[in-house]
Design a protein around this ligand. Structure first.
Ligand SMILES: [Zn+2]
Length: 501
């Protein structure tokens, strides 16, 4: 028997071309705003978006987490994955947003124009509603907000798209993000999740925790110097203003800033930076707690994180970054947070927090009595700060690991008191179980500040310190002063035969 198919039937049965998200978006997604409005998406403008996009369409990848600055294309990325998913993965989808207000705005200004602007996607939509978009295949895109938990609890979804999770407010024990992710559980390994957000605030930021601690693999984008082809991770500290201009306004308006290649020292303009980004690539990294460092390549990673700082974006000039770095150098915490969150795509903790009284008190060892050496300490050191009258001092016990405990501090009135503290004081040492075993430990080395403070006597305080150390130091007490410039070694030793000047 011979069956003849009509043209439409043949189209339905035809083997579909399998495209990755970036290939699909370059063909079917029409840009809705900015200077490229109305043309198909051009990923040569933001080549780094290919990495997260194609990770999303890779079989076996269940979750993609993107932590990035403003203006790097996070929304575009999210919608490209949503469009691809509509085309290739029939099933209920959920787009999660912080508030009803943000949802209504985003749907009206971004999502709806994108769906209507793409012929492939336009054909799939049956009806737009406030809380969901019905699709002709009988499924839907649920438009959820972190404000309405009841809506979150009632729907099972296959593909989850999480927008701006750092703006989700938590109520009590429930985390909206975890609730949303829980909706995909019944799809198991078949579900896909993508999260894209700019970090807000400090290290507890949800998206920052996502890329640094929750994913199997973290990726950072390395660029290639157009002059010497050296490949490296960009470091904003290498942005320089060659003629030393310090006025942020002039730096910005005259586009004065350059990026110095760490290998050949060539100064990149914004255009050279764009070229460097164009030939760049994603590489496996890890976050050490202080910096991104190259890490192992985990080929079967099921969750992948991507870090996208503004320095990669051609919509952000090096001069804008240099200007904002200068503003962030001021004491204004708002400027500092903005620079870290918006431009570096990093969390930011205000420095005040680190000297916060409660946090200092948390560092106390409740089992160590005052003026007692902890078990296992190998040496005691003492620092003495010279005042106009008297001295402040602090005694530290050192462990073999270089960890240290402050065991004593206070004020001394005279040189005789200094003498007694350094040479005649023996601190009790704790036994292994915290008891006093009768062992005593003296101060091993002390430093006394010789930086000039005025005095009421005949000699300056500096002269007094030198004379006292010469007569009484015995190789235990050393005169010292701070350096005004960074030193190669933490401490440098010089012999003073006589008073300078
Ligand atoms: Zn170079």
């Amino acid at each position: 028997m011979k069956i003849r198919f009509c043209e439409a039937e043949r189209r339905v049965f035809a083997r579909r071309e399998k495209l990755t998200v970036s290939q699909w978006a370059g063909k079917y997604l029409i840009v809705q705003d900015g200077i490229y409005r109305g043309s198909p998406l051009r990923l040569d403008v933001s080549p780094f978006l290919r990495g997260p996009m194609d990770a999303y369409s890779r079989p076996g990848v269940r979750e993609v987490v993107v932590c990035g600055s403003l203006q790097v294309g996070k929304t575009l990325l999210l919608y490209a994955c949503l469009g691809w998913s509509m085309d290739y993965r029939p099933g209920i989808k959920m787009l999660a947003m912080p508030t009803r207000e943000s949802r209504d705005r985003v749907v009206e200004k971004k999502l709806r124009p994108m769906l209507q602007g793409s012929p492939v996607l336009r054909r799939m939509v049956a009806k737009y509603r406030r809380e969901n978009i019905l699709l002709k295949d009988g499924t839907s895109i649920e438009l959820a907000t972190a404000e309405s938990p009841s809506q979150r609890a009632s729907i099972t979804v296959q593909d989850l798209f999480v927008d701006e999770e750092d703006l989700y407010s938590r109520s009590g024990d429930s985390s909206p993000l975890e609730d949303f992710k829980g909706r995909t559980r019944s799809y198991g390994d078949f579900a896909k999740i993508i999260r894209a957000c700019q970090p807000k605030g400090d290290e507890s930021s949800s998206i920052w925790t996502g890329i640094t601690r929750q994913v199997d693999q973290l990726m950072c984008y390395e660029v290639v110097c157009p002059a010497c082809r050296h490949q490296h991770l960009m470091d904003v500290d290498r942005i320089v203003v060659p003629d030393g201009e310090a006025d942020p306004r002039l730096i910005r308006s005259r586009k004065l800033a350059r990026y110095r290649c760490p290998h050949c020292q060539y100064l990149w303009s914004d255009h050279a930076r764009d070229l460097a980004v164009a030939s760049g690539r994603w590489r496996p990294y890890v976050w050490t707690g202080a910096a991104f460092e190259p890490g192992p390549d985990i080929s079967d990673a099921r969750s992948i994180g991507f870090h996208l700082p503004a320095v990669l974006s051609r919509f952000v000039s090096l001069s804008d970054l240099a200007a904002r770095r200068i503003l962030a150098g001021s004491d204004d915490p708002a400027q500092q947070r903005q620079y870290h969150n918006d431009d570096l795509g990093m969390p930011w903790s205000p420095v005040e927090l680190q000297t916060d009284v409660d946090r200092l008190l948390e560092l106390r060892d409740p089992h160590l009595p005052p003026r007692t050496v902890p078990h296992g300490a190998v040496a005691l050191t003492c620092g003495i700060d010279v005042q106009k009258r008297g001295f402040w001092y602090l005694v530290r016990a050192w462990m073999p690991t270089m960890a240290s405990y402050v065991i004593d501090y206070g004020y001394l009135g005279s040189w005789d008191d200094v003498q007694a503290l350094v040479f005649d004081t023996y601190y009790p040492v704790q036994g292994p179980d915290g008891s006093d075993v009768g062992e005593r430990m003296p101060i091993w080395r002390a430093c006394i500040d010789s930086g000039g403070t005025e005095t009421e006597g005949v000699y300056t305080r500096t002269e007094e310190v030198y004379m006292w150390v010469r007569a009484n130091g015995c190789g235990v007490v050393h005169a010292c002063k701070g350096a005004s410039r960074p030193q190669a070694a933490p401490v440098r030793w010089v012999v003073r035969e006589r008073m300078p000047h």
